[in-house]
Design a binder for this molecule. Structure first.
Ligand code: UD1
Ligand code: UDP
Length: 369
């Protein structure tokens, strides 16, 4: 039997790993779920296990917060002996957080094959810690599981072998589609005291947006102006909580605790507009057909702009307000990219299990050029 370790550790990992884990187990693989503990507050962690029906992790590394080096190093130090003990055939990592790259680095030197779910996304912004994590993880992965054709193009341009690259679709959307009806009928809007189409939803957590008080002050000014046209709800990420409280949010912007998954999907699907710097939220708004203003200069998910409802507005308050007002007046048409169809996890499981146990590691990861 093929033994596969699946790694999760931070909020956006749980919804990505769940469909992969389910599809692997449905096909008879032995799956070991490892939780690094990068996120640990109940609102950033337990609620997702509950909402998604994700079984408890088999191993919890409990690393917690720290600088990049400390957090990455702690995951590596805790994961290395576990990989030696478990001796899996494959380790699967998702996304671009520190837990992803840490477990990837350990795996690449330990022997099991390494599979990266969400391979090939590139913002080309090396100021983002996630870009370092994405490129590093792809470079040492055996299976590159790409969500969209642009990601495949990036991998080909970087010289990866064709047999490593698999266009599988978007696991985030698997989980969204599997839970949408449940979210919509959960009574979340009533609990928040909201009616459909009467509010906008905001998330902010990128270091470039929330760590510098001057940048955050400008963003809040823009949100205040948008809120004059459409009241805004902002579930606060713990990274931003202190600075938001210190600066103070403008009138019309209501802050709430980080939302659970079902609540957040309910809030997104009934919003008039979403303003965000989240990667996953850009994808979910595209799948839901909800207008999205991305508060960043770039995106590693360009398909949400070319095919979806996403518009990049950067950090300039004037541009943010004018973008939001034009999307409110003239919402873009909804179009869901190919393979964002709820079956990416199944395609991933098929790829991983076709390789079989003890698949030999290739001697070269890049094609010879
Ligand atoms: C991390 C990921 C980011 C992802 C985001 C999703 C990296 C480098 N960054 O960013 O890519 O988009 O998660 O939400 O991996 N904190 C708490 N409670 C928690 C977790 C964090 O209070 O449960 C606070 C701590 O003060 C911590 C800070 O948030 O220092 C940042 O947490 P960390 O996991 O380092 O990065 P995120 O900003 O959450
Ligand atoms: N999300 C949530 N509650 C919130 C904010 C986001 O459940 O208060 C969900 C969102 O629907 C998506 C995922 O968390 O599925 C995105 O995670 P996040 O924005 O933290 O990280 P990123 O995608 O930017 O890495």
């Amino acid at each position: 039997m093929t033994r596969i370790v699946c790694v999760a550790g931070a909020r956006p990992n749980y919804m990505k790993i769940k469909p992969v884990l389910d599809a692997l187990e449905a096909r008879g693989a032995e799956v070991v779920l490892v939780h690094t503990g990068q996120h640990y507050d109940p609102a950033m962690n337990e609620v997702f296990f509950r909402d998604l029906g994700l079984r408890p992790a088999d191993h919890f590394l409990g690393v917690g917060s720290g600088s990049h080096a400390i957090q990455t190093g702690k995951v590596m130090a805790a994961f290395e002996p576990l990989v030696a003990e478990l001796a899996p055939d494959v380790v699967t990592v998702v996304g671009d957080v520190n837990s992803t790259v840490a477990c990837a680095l350990v795996t690449a030197k330990a022997g099991p094959l390494l599979a990266h779910v969400e391979a090939g996304l590139r913002s080309r912004d090396w100021g983002m810690p996630e870009e370092v994590n994405r490129v590093t993880t792809d470079r040492i992965s055996d299976f590159l599981l790409a969500p969209s054709p642009d990601a495949v193009d990036n991998l080909r341009t970087e010289g990866y072998r064709e047999d490593q690259i698999h266009l599988v679709g978007n696991v985030m959307i698997d989980t969204l589609l599997a839970n949408l009806d449940r979210a919509r009928s959960s009574g979340a809007l009533e609990r928040y005291g909201l009616t459909p189409g009467s509010y906008g939803l905001v998330t902010l957590h990128r270091p470039a947006n929330v760590d510098d008080p001057a940048v955050l002050t400008d963003l809040l000014k823009a949100l205040g102006e948008v809120a004059a046209h459409c009241p805004l709800v902002l579930p606060v990420h713990p990274r931003a909580a202190g600075r938001l409280a210190a600066i103070g949010v403008p009138g019309g912007v209501r802050t709430v605790a980080p939302a659970g998954y079902l609540d957040f999907i309910a809030l997104q699907s009934a919003a008039r507009i979403v303003l965000t710097d989240s990667g996953g939220v850009q994808e979910e708004t595209t799948a839901l057909g909800v207008p999205c203003v991305t508060l960043r200069e770039n995106t590693e998910r360009p398909i949400t702009v070319s095919q979806g409802t996403n518009v990049l507005a950067g950090r300039d308050p004037v541009r943010i307000v004018s973008t939001a007002l034009s999307l409110l007046a003239d919402p873009p048409p909804a179009r869901r990219p190919d393979l964002w169809d709820g079956r990416a996890g199944e395609r991933i499981a098929d790829v991983l299990l076709a390789a079989g146990p003890a698949h030999p590691r290739p001697t070269s990861r890049l094609s010879q050029r």
